[in-house]
Design a protein around this ligand. Sequence first.
Ligand code: NAP
Length: 244
Amino acid sequence: MSKVALITGASRGIGKQIAITLAKEGFDIAVNYRSENSELQELEREIKSHNVEFIAVKGDVSVFEDTEKIVKEVIDKFGKIDVLVNNAGITKDTLLMRMKKEDFESVIDVNLIGTFNVTKNVIPYMMKARSGRIINISSVVGIAGNAGQTNYAASKAGIIGFTKSLAKEVGSRNILVNAVAPGFIQTDMTAVLKDEVKEKIAESIPLNRMGTVEDVANVVKFLASEESSYITGQVIHIDGGMLM
Ligand code: NAP
């Protein structure tokens, strides 16, 4: 019986690539998305071409009732969730002096509370199965901080505390909980940066380049695999050596 992976916010960017990479490994794939886009149909075709099952479930991870529905739909279709990847995330960057309370709250709501909401609904099934993998997408910014991102950094640091605490709670049930901390990865999220800023960033990275979505998806693949069965509560940097 195939393993089942649920990836949140997977209609584009890193989440989409994680879905494709896990499909290539033989996982049946449940993709959560918030808004429709043309990439979603293309994603369905690509995933099905790997001879695995696919379901796309609409919902906003920051809304608890939505996450109840998302998880129920996936369970109704597949009967289980072996791997949960909490990937959905947003930025609303500005200096604290200019940041509105709503900008702080909405980033925490999606990135951190969204991670809680989905995990809270998935964990009973993993507890019952006495097995599971939860992989949370944090960021180097959650470790080092970044001017203009107090909201985002707080959400991503929160995810690290969440990951380590949950790893301690559910380890005895063979549920492994880890986080990855990507550096600067080429997606829509970083496409807004000016070219000179991107060049400066690349210069400051020992590997002299921004990361790709594949760089992140390959580490998630490892954390979802049997090969990582003695790793829990860790934060794996995927940043070309930016942070050491
Ligand atoms: P992206 O290209 O902006 O994609 C974000 C995805 O999350 C989109 O599919 C988006 O859906 C979805 N999403 C946003 N809010 C949602 C919500 N409330 N409910 C459900 N889905 C939602 O971003 P990305 O670069 O792939 O980032 C993916 C994750 O990696 C995020 O957690 C991000 O913080 C983290 N990360 C990224 C970088 C980087 O350099 N790119 C670095 C470190 C960490 P819509 O299409 O509906 O907006």
